[in-house]
Write a protein that binds this ligand. Sequence first.
Ligand code: PLP
Length: 375
Amino acid sequence: MGGPPETDPIPLAKPEIGDREKELALEVLRSGRLSLGPMGERFEREFATWLGVDDAVAVSSGTTALHLGVRALGWGPGDEVLTSPFSFVASANCLLYEGARPVFCDVDPVTLNLDPSAVEAAAGERSAGILPIHIFGFPAAMPELEAIAANRGLGIVEDACEALGAVDSEGRRVGTRGNLAIFAFYANKQMTTGEGGMIVAPGPEAAARLRSERNQGRAPDMGWLDHDRLGFNYRLSDLAAALGVAQLEKLDAMLQRRVAVASLYEEGLAGLEGVTSPIAARGVERRSWFVYVVRLSDEADRDAIVDDLAEQGIASKAYLPCIHLIPHLRELGYEEGQFPVAEAASAHSLALPFFPSMTESQIARVCEALAESLS
Ligand SMILES: Cc1ncc(COP(=O)(O)O)c(C=O)c1O
């Protein structure tokens, strides 16, 4: 069956970079317009078209996108924002940057996304907003969370960094509900620009402010040394945008391939005692496959499994640590035992290698190695 030899290392993630990325990157290099040039604008336009929104604002990372998103909603000192402890740390850090307080709420055991009933229970006087994360590419319960937000007058920032292409319970693509939504393009994401992020703004005014803030507080018609508000350098370079344009051209194919790899895993792991595969879909909801994270039985020795797989050149990772237990968030008063569903998921989940070009034999190798380690 071709493909890499049976002993080659299998990484956790791997970007798909081809001739088109090189061609467009060269086009930028030859043009001399390395930042704030036409490639950046093209990337924003083509991303917005792909997603099905009017506009999108490119920035230097998912984290900087989240930071500007939090500022756009005006969350700051005295504000509490209801969010998930089962996430990547940036979704809470972005609140701390602005002096807002993350209030964690437990997650749903199947989707691992914010449980709306936990959000309702935790909401209070100081609540200013909700920051749901579409974790591992599974769509969060947006209609339910939006209902809570509407009742209580809360704003919403959606962290869709892991969910480009996911479809929610109302059949809508994640990021297209009119909330401010964030995507990210680090090399392990569904598409990459090396580093990069994108903000779907709730309207033209918000988009103009985001474009100004990412560019040192300049309006579009201003000179380099003119600034009309506090700003940052959160620009995405045109070189990175060139990668983004090339990746968008093959995004549908890459997403399809991720679906195929996930189903091969599901088949390969079927019947393996002590391993539960993640759900791909539920009703009209569709996961956009970001990572392949299995749930091990409570008795399994996860560290030993990671070591066994590593001995065979197979990367795997305990995934994800609960972010309320990271030292600087513990300082807010969080401790173990507060979010049992998230903590149990965190204690027993394992990410397996997952990328579009994974071959059948690589997937089989991972499944066999996992079965062997568990036996
Ligand atoms: C859920 C989530 N939020 C935020 C980020 C931050 O994105 P970036 O690494 O591009 O800053 C990531 C990326 O890893 C993520 O997975």
